[in-house]
Design a protein around this ligand. Sequence first.
Ligand code: GLN
Length: 303
Amino acid sequence: MYKQVINKLYQELKNIKYNGEIASYIPELATVSASKFGIYLADISNNSFGIGDFEEKFSIQSISKVLSFCLAYKNLGEAIWTRLGVEPSGSAFNSLIQIETNNGIPRNPFINSGALVICDILISILKNPREEFLEFCREASNNNKIYYSEKIAKSEKSVGYRNIALCNLIKSFGNIKNDPNDILDFYFLVCSIELSCKDLAETFLFLANYGKNPFNNNIILTKSQAKRVNAIMQTCGLYDESGEFTYKVGLPGKSGVGGGIIAINPNNYCIAVWSPVLNKKGNSCKAMDFLEKFTTETDLSIF
Ligand code: GLN
């Protein structure tokens, strides 16, 4: 059934041009073709289906915030919540104002401020944060061909003024413990990971499988932790469009300015959609539209 619906919607949406723009604020992202469109669904019983540019790697950007959070949460457990919260931000993903009013405590781990604090935590607790984070992604996906893009990280760093400001602002409140330059370098690297829709759906499948890696049954997160990560994705995964995404799609999701969105149907499947043209909130127009139609036509969401 998935295959038929995905196929039909792909044909329907393929040639539609949405009113939006590619994320050109990171120069290297502006080089991607606007017409890219790929979809991949993987379920926990080993069924899968992909169409379009589903095997082409793209910059996952903020989608990586879920993975870096999972690694920190796995290590720290509930103690992590002294450093950040779980409330939707209702603000842009790179907002500075909220950090000022919230005394340096980010609203959640899936906006830039929260992800910077998570990078700070990982730098404090891991011996080799870069290698260990990559290893975590590779293990989750059962795929060794996952890499950072040094080129994209460098490109973002060259214009990363807002993130630099954010990191320093949080540091001024004492909620960044390490050197802001080290945090920023690691943050840009984490954002630069490149995955295809297929890689992405496979990497996130443990969140559809109660925290267990479906490929080898290793426990990545406890059942309760996986539930909570899905809950934060539901309420905070699309920044100040999380309510809209919940209303239209009805699944936990996470977006990135590379144009990807991952959505999870717990105990069932993961679906990754990629189309680089973004709306004003920084979310992929076509991926949002596709997922809304997909959960409507399959009549399967968590609501
Ligand atoms: N690296 C990007 C930034 O910090 C990630 C933002 C996103 O994908 N929303 O601006």
